[in-house]
Design a protein around this ligand. Structure first.
Ligand SMILES: Nc1ncnc2c1ncn2[C@@H]1O[C@H](COP(=O)(O)OP(=O)(O)OP(=O)(O)O)[C@@H](O)[C@H]1O
Length: 225
């Protein structure tokens, strides 16, 4: 099989005419399976915009995005949602947890909507919650947890799915160094056992050093490394 994800001259602008802002100006790249990839760039450089496009939460102004060799950038919203639920783990602050559900229920819900066989739920949920160190808090609801703990629930929800692609926007931003590396090692373990690729935004120099590849967004394009 070819690359897991291909971006072909992807552009995204916001606004029109003289108020138009060109955020992404032609991104071309290929991302294989089983990679831990970091995306960096200064504030406003378009990292979140790019993750939204890859996750099908937004569509490019021009250009194409292929995921598992399927052109996803022009799929209708319903199909993009289905693809995201089944094949992507999303760790974004705005892609929130369900407030009325406990930690366990939130992680299980991700499996339910992805149509994962019910017999696998219990073990996958317990494993993922253990990986992010929240076993003692599994009966709590999100509002009873700190920001960093909520972020770890989102990580567990994505990890339990074991999807081909995990997209994570600053997944370690609110965590202390020890917990941040625990999460990164959990990503590494997942991708050594499955075909998962993780694309995450980060500014953390320690993390940038241990990932497989770093892409830097500069002036709407990937800078040459
Ligand atoms: N829906 C939108 N409408 C108008 N402008 C937008 C929209 N979304 C993003 N932008 C603009 O696009 C630019 C890039 O934003 P984006 O959130 O992708 O940056 P970022 O690199 O993730 O920044 P940060 O590191 O601060 O999170 C910003 O100038 C932002 O104002």
């Amino acid at each position: 099989m070819g690359a897991l994800l291909k971006l072909n001259q992807v552009e995204r602008s916001f606004g029109t005419d003289e108020r138009e802002v060109k955020v992404l100006k032609g991104i071309t790249a290929e991302f294989p399976s089983q990679q831990l990839i970091a995306l960096r760039g200064r504030s406003g450089s378009g990292k979140t915009t790019l993750l939204n496009l890859i996750g099908g939460l937004d569509q490019p102004t021009n250009g194409e995005i292929f995921f598992q060799e399927q052109l996803i950038s022009s799929l209708p919203e319903k199909l993009r949602t289905e693809m995201r639920r089944c094949k992507m783990g999303i760790i974004f602050q705005s892609y929130g947890l369900v407030p009325m559900m406990t930690v366990e229920e939130n992680v299980e819900f991700g499996l339910r909507i992805a149509d994962i066989d019910r017999t696998e739920w219990k073990q996958r949920v317990a494993e993922a919650i253990e990986l992010v160190g929240l076993t003692k808090r599994k009966k709590h609801r999100p509002f009873e947890l700190s920001g960093g703990e909520q972020q770890r629930v989102a990580v567990a929800r994505a990890m339990a799915l074991k999807p081909p692609l995990i997209l994570a926007d600053e997944p370690t931003a609110e965590l202390d160094t020890r917990m941040a590396f625990r999460i990164i090692h959990a990503f590494q373990e997942l991708l050594s056992q499955t075909d998962t690729t993780v694309i995450m935004t980060t500014h953390d120099p320690g993390i940038l050093e241990i990932v497989d590849h770093v892409y830097t967004l500069e002036d709407g394009q990937f800078a040459q490394e």
